[in-house]
Ligand binder design. Structure first.
Ligand code: ATP
Length: 355
């Protein structure tokens, strides 16, 4: 499948592969002897190209953190291969670690030190010290909008500031690849948007490649060049956000008609490019390949049948729908569905699909 990438996004055509995963498998040992171990990652293959922002999405327990832990050399896989910039993560973990920046959901900063001190300690762990490093630390702090707080204790930082400091810590040794495991968990929408803005700017200025997980699908939709959906340790879909959304059957056109108007379902179903048609009160939900091009044809057909259309809205598919379709469950926990999705739930079965 091909597409024009959104502005600022990287096409997934030819380009240097920087993360290469083949047949990766991880089985955790059993808690009690004689019981089976837990298959956390079940033979996955994927690659990430230089400059891509690659999303790794899946429900709780899908195997995301385990995969990231293997790629960042914190865990040894049971089977399979993984290379980062051509270096085997099992054979040469130290070499791999030098190439990576890590930002996890859990803060690693020392609360009793200042932001600048935390960065200096991290630089020291990589054997970096001296004037050039001090300059880099000041630059990083400025870049993360932390210059004014650089010499304050981290315990006085807000949630967003702490996350930005984590990013600066992850970047101190100038890695070209970032692993971000739910880095925005717990931040408010403004803090989350701010954090991702820094990632995008790092990609634009330094050509950073990022592999990220998030529980916020709208973030992944906006940011990621490609997304792998993982469930029960297996990759069940992989593509650009658009490809994934297209895979669930395109747009939904919602047409409202005057109360008591004649039934339009057979007429709408007969239009080219139309899939299932669902009626909810005086509104029809029409699954279709291209909502915008269907609007005039649907309006004309309704008019010819003597029905006045009072409103028409084209809804584009969301990654939430993709998730529901692929895994059979919503991405967020029960009761956490956004209200727009709850409102989208069909009240009558689609035509041609028995109840
Ligand atoms: P979450 O979104 O909740 O962080 P995840 O997709 O990151 O989930 P993992 O943490 O990789 O999933 O877990 C995958 C599976 O492996 C789960 O069934 C989990 O219970 C199990 N698991 C994870 N860590 C261990 C461990 N140290 N020992 C045994 N089983 C584990």
């Amino acid at each position: 499948m091909t597409e024009n990438p959104a502005p600022g996004k990287v096409p997934h055509g030819p380009g240097e592969v920087v993360i290469d995963v083949r047949g990766l498998r991880m089985v955790y040992p059993p808690a009690k002897p004689g019981t089976p171990g837990t298959v956390a990652v079940d033979g996955i293959d994927f690659h990430v190209r230089r400059g891509e922002i690659f999303g790794f999405l899946g429900p709780n327990g899908a195997g995301k953190t385990t995969t990231i832990s293997i790629l960042t050399t914190l865990l040894r896989p049971t089977a399979g291969d993984a290379h980062v910039e051509g270096v085997d993560v099992v054979a040469h973990p130290h070499d791999v670690r030098r190439r990576l920046g890590l930002v996890f959901q859990k803060s690693t900063a020392d609360e009793e030190l200042t932001g600048r001190e935390n960065l200096a300690i991290q630089a020291g762990l990589y054997g970096l010290a001296g004037e050039a490093v001090d300059r880099r630390i000041s630059e990083l702090l400025a870049r993360m909008d932390l210059a004014a707080f650089a010499d304050r204790f981290v315990k006085t930082y807000s949630g967003g500031m702490r996350r930005r400091l984590e990013l600066a810590v992850g970047m101190v040794h100038e890695p070209k690849i970032l692993f971000l495991d739910e880095p925005t968990l717990g931040l408010d929408p403004q803090g989350r948007a701010g954090f991702w803005k820094y990632i995008q700017s790092l990609r634009e200025s330094s050509g950073i490649t990022a592999l990220m997980t998030t529980h916020y699908l709208e973030e992944a939709d906006q940011l990621c060049d490609r997304i792998a959906v993982i469930d029960h340790g297996k990759i069940i879909a992989l593509g650009t956000p658009k490809e994934l959304k297209d895979s669930v059957g395109g747009d939904t056109l919602e047409i409202s008609v005057a109360a008591g108007a004649r039934e339009l379902t057979p007429l709408l179903t007969a239009l080219p490019g139309v899939g299932a048609v669902t009626r909810i009160g005086d509104t029809y939900r029409v699954k279709c390949s291209n909502g915008e091009s269907l609007v005039p044809r649907a309006v004309l057909a309704a008019e010819q049948a003597g029905v006045l259309i009072t409103g028409a809205i084209v809804r584009k598919p969301t990654l939430d729908e993709v998730f529901l379709e692929l895994t059979g469950h919503a991405y967020r926990g029960e009761g956490e569905l956004p209200s727009s999705e709850a409102a989208d739930a069909p009240l009558v079965p689609p035509v041609g699909q028995g109840a």
